[in-house]
Design a protein. Structure first.
Length: 287
């Protein structure tokens, strides 16, 4: 049976009492990070369903993730997507989302206990279809977080019609995400799938931000830095987003990423799988 992800697959299902959120986490060989990420999500003040998508891990990531979910008594689902690539994994997970809102989280990012609550405050505003978080280092402290928030929100005000959030820091109205086409490898099978899908969803409404919506990348994520585009490509995105983003993504950037072979199935496995210590420190004190 063909599933049309441009429509809400669950329109025919009567509304029943349950969470308004689904958290979607695709992963590949992230056994060392998953317990910390799942623990941070277990502290959420808002109810949610967790959908984990194992994208062909060769370690025991799936077993580690499932054990963490059981330890924290989470409502979860574990899927396996054999087609390589994050876009394929996200598509598989999105097909099972039955809630009003969905958060695209990463296996190597930590989330404060109010993360979904802060995103919901934005998405509940009229005309908002997406909400984006900024990143802070776990050692930043409250002063560092406030400084990061000011810089981030200044960029949002300066360039309001582009996406400022990155992988693991995006949340969406599920209906709008599906109406925009969701995740589709035939449309976009490269890295930077987060920015590309945000571009399409923002045709349906606004993407909002706030100083309360942030998350903490692991040491690996910070050391790796932004993957995919060059400083010139980032600058051109900022310049073209308001008027020619279709051209930028599908005519310009896609060809350049293809030449550099920056496809969605590029491995996200850490080069050093045995670093000691937690991937990121809990951030309970920051609010």
């Amino acid at each position: 049976m063909f599933l049309d992800l441009s429509k809400d697959a669950f329109d025919h299902v009567p509304k029943i009492s349950g969470p308004d959120w689904t958290v979607l986490i695709p992963f590949f060989n992230q056994r060392e990070h998953l317990p910390d990420t799942i623990e941070s999500l277990a502290r959420q003040a808002t109810r949610f369903t967790l959908v984990l998508v194992d994208n062909g891990s060769t370690d025991d990531s799936a077993a580690v993730a499932e054990a963490a979910c059981r330890a924290h008594r989470l409502d979860y689902m574990l899927l396996t997507e054999r087609m390589p690539g994050k876009v394929a994994a996200l598509r598989a997970g999105l097909a099972w989302v039955r809630t009003r809102w969905v958060a695209m989280c990463e296996a190597n990012i930590g989330y404060p206990s109010h993360y979904l609550e802060a995103a919901e405050a934005i998405l509940s505003q009229p005309g908002h279809v997406a909400a984006g978080a900024y990143f802070i280092a776990p050692e930043a402290g409250e002063a560092g977080r406030l400084l990061a928030a000011r810089r981030f929100l200044a960029a949002v005000r300066l360039l309001p019609r582009q996406c400022h959030a990155g992988n693991g820091g995006m949340t969406f109205c599920t209906r709008s995400l599906r109406a925009a086409g969701g995740f589709d490898a035939a449309r976009w099978n490269f890295v930077l799938e987060d920015r590309e899908v945000a571009h399409r969803v923002m045709r349906k409404g606004r993407m909002g931000y706030s100083d309360a919506l942030w998350c903490t990348p692991s040491r690996y994520e910070r050391e790796r830095g932004p993957a995919g585009w060059t400083p010139f490509e980032r600058l051109l995105y900022s310049a073209t987003a308001p008027i020619a983003a279709d051209w930028f993504f599908y005519k310009f950037l896609a060809r350049r990423l293809q030449r550099r072979r920056l496809l969605s199935d590029r491995s996200c496995e850490r080069p050093n799988q045995h670093l000691e210590g937690p991937a990121f420190a809990p951030s309970r004190s920051l609010r």
